[in-house]
Write a protein that binds this ligand. Sequence first.
Ligand code: GLN
Length: 486
Amino acid sequence: MNDLHQLTISQAHQLLKEKRTSSVELTKAILVRLAKVEDKVHACVTISEDAALEQAKNADKAIGSGKIKPLTGIPALIKDVMCTKGIKTTCSSKILGNFVPPYDATVIEKLKAGKAVILGKTNMDEFAMGSSTENSAFFTTRNPWDLDRVPGGSSGGSAVAVATDEAIYALGSDTGGSIRQPAGFCSVVGLKPTYGRVSRFGLVAFASSLDQIGPITKNAADCALVLNVIAGHDPRDSTSAPYPVPDYTKALIPDLKNLRIGIPKEYFVEGMQKEVRASIEAAIKKLEELGAKIDWDASLPHTKYALAAYYILAPSEASANLARYDGVKYGFSYQDTSNMWEAMEKTKQFGFGAEVKRRIMLGTYALSAGYYDAYYLKAQKVRTLIRREFDQAFEKYDALVTPTSPTVPFKLGEKVDDPIQMYLSDVCTLPINIAGLPAISVPAGFADGLPIGMQIIGKPFDEETILHIAFAYEQATDWHKKKPPI
Ligand code: GLN
C-alpha cells in the first residue's frame, strides 16, 4: 500500500470507509509530509493545522455513524483567492495581507458540507495575475521536478501541493490558464470547468467574465469526484448556470470508440519546444489507438488574436474589480497622512505589486473615453469571433486536443522581467477562457525530467467528454503516476 500522503481521493475514501485508517491519522500523515517538503517548495501561505484536525475529528465521527461522502475526511488545500471563514485570504498580496473573511466561498461551503478537511491556503501570483507564481508578494513557489524552475501559475502553490503529496487534492482558479498551466508544469491533472459551471461566490474577482474555480488532482477520476461536489447553480452568483450536475464519474470509460477529436494546427505555435510537440503527437496517437477518430487538420484561424484580446479584456475587468481596495473597507491601509486622497494613493502604491499595477494601468487606459471603442469594444468583437469559431469546430468534433503550454517549466527569473514573454506562455490556454469552454490538462510526458501537459478542450457544459478522454488516456499510460524526486 502507498504511504497515506500518497493516496488518491478514491483510495483514501476506500480506506476510510473500511475503517482501515481515520481522517485524523490521514491528516496527521499529510501534516508530517508538509513539514518535510514545504521548506523546499514553499507551496503554502497559511496552514491551519488546528482547524484541520478539528475537521478531521468531526469527519471521523460522521464516518463512525455511517455517514461518509466521497470527500469526507480527506485533506485538501485551497488557492488563497477563495474566501475561507476565519482563515486569512490574502491573494498573495500585501493589500489583503491581514484579511480574514467573515464568510466561506460557495465551493468551501460545499466542501465543508461533505465534511472535507481543509488544511490551509496555497501561494499564487498576486490576484492570480501571472504564470509562474513569482508575482506572489510573499515568496516564490518552486517546481518539485527542478527546484530552480517555476511551478507555473497563477495556481502554482495548489499544483505543487498535489504533485508533492502535501494534499490529496487542491482547488485552483483559472482566468487564462491558471489551473491548467501549473498542472501541466507539475505533472498533475487540472480542470477548468465551463464558465458558469462552478459558483464564483467568494472567489476574489480578477476578471469576472473569465474566472472559474476548478480541481487539481492526482488523476482524472479524482477530478470527477471533486467536480461532482463543487459544480452547480448558486443563486449568489448570477452567472452560475441553472443546469443539473451529472455524476461525472459515470463518464470514466476506458475506450474512446467513435469519439471525434480535432487537432487545431494553430496551437502548435512557432517557438514551441520540439520535445513538447513530439510528446503531444505521441499522446494523440495513443488516443487514436484507443479508438478515437483524429483529424490532424482542424483549424481555428482566429486563435492568433486571442492573446491580444485577453490582455485588453482581463486587465479592463481587473481595473474595475481592484478599485475596491482603497484602504477603507478591508486590508492594508496607509495611515501616515491626514489627507484621504493621499491615503488611498499610498495604500495602492505600497499595497499592490508591479504586475497588478501594470494590469490596472492597461485596463484603465483601454476603458478610458476615446480608447474604449478602439480597444475594449474591439476585443469584445474578437471574443465573439473566437467563440463562434469554436462552436463551428464542435459541429465536427467532440473534443479538441492541444499542448497545455508551448514549453516545459522555465527557469525562475527567466521571464519575470519580460511581461510579453510571460504572457506568451499562456497562448494555448487563454483562448479557452475567452470562449468560456471546459478544458483539462493531463500529464503526457517529460523532456529531460520536466513535465509536459496535454490539454483536452470540450463543448460548453460537456466536462464529461474531456474527463472521459483524460481517463482513457491515463488507463493506457503511466505519466500521472510518476512522482517528483523530492
Ligand atoms: N497568466 C494569465 C494572466 O496572467 C492567466 C492567469 C489566470 O488564469 N489567473 O492573466
